[in-house]
Design a protein around this ligand. Structure first.
Ligand code: ADP
Ligand code: MG
Length: 370
């Protein structure tokens, strides 16, 4: 057996990057999360050839000064947490690990163009007046230049995995890779109806949400009129479930001393409007887009046997969960969450969805299955 030796930094980087960036959709996810964390009112995602040839995510968020963008592409750099105590008190942003930009830069040709927004112009007058462009190619940070650009940040990822041929070879067809991208962008668009989110593939617009704060409006843009028209509100006392006021109302309305959740609200489709496979059944835990099999099953159960075969409804369902009740496994690629009281979560979700379906006359009032 060869001697044990330390790996060089480039090799360590390459391995770590592969963990975070599995395929184009994982890069898109990280970039969209960054845009949302940056308080963007608008996020434009454009991909070429399913994302493997090019990804561009443009936002009108807070932007970065020259010094900030130089730090941002380095390893383990973040503006979102300071130390372990921040982790324990709960993280309010989607990101905090400080590895995405660095990882993407290690396996692609990455260009960041950014300019701080007007409300923070005092930070670096030169960068604020124009903007900064920084290029990273296969982990090598290239020249930093002053460029004219709008306030906010545009990140371009070209030739993903050009220096990791094995990974590039295992990418699926453009259609499949784009389906993954589409699912991710749709997931974030529905969670952020206050943000105008658009997705373009090879120059053709797939969808564009209005960003007016209305969840049904976002659903209409993402899934179409037919789906949106049949949706019913869950929780929130009939108010739009994405506003803070409605979340509070949902909490009061769903107050369930026995249940682990602080509230359940959102939109679900009528029993006729379904798809096989659960990918359109979006679940959010404390604002995070997650995979939660138990929740999806509870949603299906609420339809009381009215869904055919392996059909799932369209949904955007927001769960408010006390921190102690959930383990949001915040690994960039693992979206599955675990609940301390899974049976309780199931019951509460099923009851909330069931009530909404009954009120809408979509299901009969016999006892639900399961
Ligand atoms: P994380 O999101 O975990 O902090 P990233 O590598 O994704 O790590 O980003 C590093 C830092 O770069 C962020 O903490 C943020 O300060 C800055 N940043 C990244 N993307 C943007 C963006 N779109 N707008 C403003 N700042 C950004
Ligand atoms: Mg991030």
């Amino acid at each position: 057996m060869p001697e044990i030796h330390e790996l060089d930094a480039a090799t360590v980087d390459r391995i770590a990057a592969g963990e975070i960036v599995e395929r184009p959709a994982s890069a898109v996810k990280e970039l969209v999360e960054n845009a949302i964390d940056a308080d963007a009112g608008r996020v434009e995602v454009a991909v070429e050839a399913g994302g493997s040839d090019g990804i561009r995510v443009a936002d009108d968020g807070v932007g970065m000064t020259r010094g900030e963008v130089e730090r941002a592409v380095r390893e383990h750099t973040t503006s979102k947490i300071r130390d372990v105590s921040d982790l324990e008190s709960g993280v309010g942003t989607l990101g905090f690990r400080g590895e995405a930009l660095h990882a993407i830069g290690a396996v692609s040709r990455l260009t960041v163009r950014t300019r701080p927004r007007g409300d923070r112009d005092d930070t670096d007058t030169e960068a604020a007046a124009t903007g900064t462009e920084l290029v990273v190619e296969g982990g090598e940070v290239g020249p930093v230049e002053r460029v004219g650009c709008p306030a906010g940040t545009t990140v371009e990822v070209d030739d993903l995995f050009y220096n990791v041929p094995a990974r590039r070879k295992y990418l699926k067809t453009e259609a499949t890779e784009f389906a993954h991208v589409n699912r991710v962008v749709a997931g974030y668009a529905l969670a952020n109806p206050n943000t105008a989110v658009s997705l373009t593939h090879d120059g053709r617009e797939t969808f564009a949400t209005p960003g007016q704060g209305d969840l049904r409006g976002a659903m209409l843009a993402v899934y179409g009129r037919e789906v949106a028209a049949g949706t019913v509100r869950v929780g929130g006392g009939g108010a739009d479930p994405t506003t803070d006021a409605a979340r509070t109302a949902a909490r009061a309305a769903d107050a369930d001393p026995g249940g682990p959740l602080d509230g359940v609200c959102g939109l679900v489709s009528d029993p006729e409007t379904t798809r096989s496979g659960s990918e359109y059944c979006n679940v959010y835990v404390n604002g995070r887009w997650v995979t939660a099999r138990a929740v999806r099953e509870a949603v299906v159960e609420a339809y009381g046997g009215q869904l055919a075969g392996d059909r799932y409804p369209f949904a955007a369902l927001f769960l408010s969960v006390p921190a102690a009740e959930v383990d949001v496994n915040v690994h960039p690629r693992k979206r599955e969450v675990r609940f301390a009281d899974e049976a309780g979560v199931r019951r509460q979700v099923q009851r909330a969805v069931r009530t909404a379906l009954l009120d809408a006359g979509f299901v009969r009032s016999s006892a639900p299955r399961g």
